[in-house]
Design a protein around this ligand. Structure first.
Ligand SMILES: Nc1ncnc2c1ncn2[C@@H]1O[C@H](COP(=O)(O)OP(=O)(O)OP(=O)(O)O)[C@@H](O)[C@H]1O
Ligand SMILES: [Mg+2]
Length: 278
C-alpha cells in the first residue's frame, strides 16, 4: 500500500513533531492550515507541491526562522541525554551549535573568502579554535569531493561545486537534521542527478534526518523514504506516500517500473493538488 496513514508517533524516535501548526503572515496571508507531521529520526522526507503551497514556510518554521501562528513544533524529542553528552565530551560540538542546518537554493557563500573559510564559518561563529575546526573542515571537504578546492574562491567554482560548499557548511556542525529548500533547483539535470546521489550517500553515512523541498517528482521519488504532498490556497498537506524502494539507490533505480509507478502516483496527486479551488 503506497498511500499511508500518518506515521505513528513514538516520541523517543521523533526528529520533528509538528502538532496543528498554522501560519498566518502579518499581512493576513494564510500560508498554512493546521499541519500535523511527525518525522522519525533517519527519514528522508520530501515536501512536494505547487508554488505557494507553503513548503518554504513549513521548512522555515521547523528551522525556527519563523514562528507558527498556532500549534507547536518540537525538534529532537527525547534527545536531551545526547545533547548533554555532546556538550560535555566534545569541544567540537558545544550546546551552542545547532542540531539542525538549513541549505538554501542559492549557495549564499562569502565571495571574498575561500572554500575553507566559507565551510568553517559556523564553527568560527561558535568560537571554536581553527586548530580544531580545520581538521573537521578537511574531513567534510573530502566527503563532498572538494578537497582539492579548499583554497579556491567561490567564483572559480561551478554552480554544482558551490552547492557542495554550501552543503559542507551545513554539515560542519554535525547536525542531526538537514533542511534543504530546493537546493539543486537551479542546476542542470546531470549535475543535479550527481548531487542527488551524493546527498543520499551522505545521508546514509552521517545518519542524518533530511527534510527536502523540491518541485521535481523524479527527484522526490529518487531520494525519499516518504513524500509529503501539499496543496495551495491555503497551504496544507493533502497526502503522503512511502517510497518503499531499498537503499542504496543508484541512478538505475530511475529506469525501473517501480520508480515509474511512484512517479505516476505522485503526478496524479500533484495534478489534484494543483487544481484551482474555484
Ligand atoms: N513573508 C511573507 N509575508 C506574506 N506572505 C508570505 C510570506 N512568505 C510567503 N508568503 C505567502 O505564503 C504562501 C506560501 O508561501 P511559501 O513561500 O511557503 O510557498 P512555497 O510552497 O515555498 O512556494 P514556491 O514553490 O514558489 O517556493 C504564499 O501565498 C506566499 O505568497
Ligand atoms: Mg519555496
Amino acid at each position: 500500500m503506497d498511500q499511508v496513514q500518518p506515521t505513528s508517533s513514538n516520541p523517543t524516535r521523533l526528529a520533528v513533531d509538528i502538532v496543528s501548526a498554522t501560519k498566518v503572515y502579518s499581512d493576513g496571508t494564510q500560508a498554512l492550515l493546521p499541519v500535523d507531521l511527525q518525522i522519525k529520526k533517519g527519514e528522508f522526507v520530501s515536501l512536494l507541491g505547487p508554488s505557494g503551497c507553503g513548503k518554504s514556510t513549513l521548512l522555515k518554521m521547523i528551522a525556527g526562522l519563523t514562528k507558527p501562528s498556532s500549534g507547536s513544533i518540537q525538534i529532537g524529542k527525547g534527545d536531551a541525554k545526547k545533547s548533554k553528552e555532546l556538550q560535555f565530551n566534545s569541544a567540537l560540538y558545544p550546546s551552542t551549535l545547532p542540531r539542525l542546518s538549513f541549505v538554501f537554493q542559492s549557495p549564499t557563500l562569502m565571495p571574498w573568502a575561500n572554500v575553507r573559510a566559507n565551510v568553517r564559518l559556523p564553527l568560527d561563529l561558535a568560537g571554536i579554535p581553527k586548530v580544531v575546526s580545520n581538521e573537521r573542515v578537511n574531513d567534510i571537504l573530502a566527503k563532498v569531493g572538494l578537497s582539492d578546492f579548499a583554497n579556491s574562491l567561490p567564483r572559480k567554482l561551478s554552480g554544482g561545486m558551490q552547492m557542495r560548499v554550501s552543503i559542507a557548511r551545513g554539515l560542519i556542525t554535525q547536525p542531526d537534521i538537514l533542511l534543504m529548500d530546493e537546493p539543486f533547483g537551479a542546476l542542470d539535470e546531470i549535475t543535479r542527478h550527481k548531487l542527488d546521489s551524493d546527498l543520499l550517500a551522505l545521508w546514509e553515512k552521517e545518519n542524518l534526518t533530511v527534510i527536502f523541498v523540491t518541485h521535481s517528482i523524479h527527484e522526490a521519488v529518487f531520494l525519499s523514504s516518504r513524500v509529503i504532498m501539499m496543496a495551495p490556497r491555503p497551504g496544507r498537506i493533502t497526502n503522503e506516500f512511502m517510497i518503499e524502494a531499498a537503499y542504496p539507490r543508484s541512478q538505475d533505480f530511475m529506469l525501473t517500473s517501480q520508480f515509474m509507478k511512484y512517479a505516476r502516483l505522485l503526478q496524479e496527486s500533484l495534478q489534484n493538488a494543483s487544481q484551482p479551488s474555484w
